[in-house]
Design a binder for this molecule. Structure first.
Ligand code: CUA
Length: 172
């Protein structure tokens, strides 16, 4: 096989890879609700403690008037505040997170909650947690709820591996 033939093969393989990966994006987006983050909302990461939304006593979970559950988190090297939140399963939830310093990642095991938390922006994930999915991998509690880990999945410094929290998911 000459150089031209080799080049043609490489071209076909590269094109196939692009088509397969593009197809996977469409497939996971339409059937598994896996989407790139779409919320663009800026915030001053150095002043989070002074903002109405991310001041320390406003963090955690609250239920909005329309029944939506809103959770607010601050990620900072090397902690997640608050370290444990309780979320109901099979209920629309909005998770909002901000970084107080560098780039972090927010991932909740057993759910499709996975987003970068970029300093200067508010990361927002809207989803519904499926109880059967977290029950498969979580730690059961005496009250019937299940606890799953929440962790940082972007390398953010020497303490990255100890940056994690917990989400207690209650039965619907
Ligand atoms: Cu925060 Cu890794």
């Amino acid at each position: 096989m000459g150089v031209r033939g080799l080049e043609r093969r490489l071209f076909v393989v590269a094109t196939l890879l692009v088509v397969v990966m593009g197809g996977l994006i469409v497939l996971t987006g339409s059937t598994m609700k896996i989407h790139p983050p779409s919320n663009v909302e800026t915030i001053d990461s150095t002043q989070l403690h002074l903002t109405p939304e991310f001041a320390e006593d406003h963090l955690g979970v609250e239920r909005a008037e329309d029944g939506t559950v809103v959770a607010r988190l601050v990620m900072a090297r090397y902690m997640v505040h608050p370290q444990e939140i309780t979320l109901p399963a099979e209920t629309p939830i909005v998770l909002r997170a901000a970084s107080a310093d560098v780039l972090h990642g927010l991932h909740v095991a057993g759910t499709n909650i996975a987003t970068q938390v970029v300093p200067g922006y508010v990361a927002e994930v809207r989803t519904t947690i499926r109880f059967d999915a977290v029950a498969k991998i979580g730690t059961p509690n005496a009250d019937g709820s299940v606890t799953v880990p929440l962790f940082c999945n972007e390398y953010c410094g020497l303490g990255h591996q100890s940056m994690w929290g917990r989400v207690r998911v209650t039965r619907p």
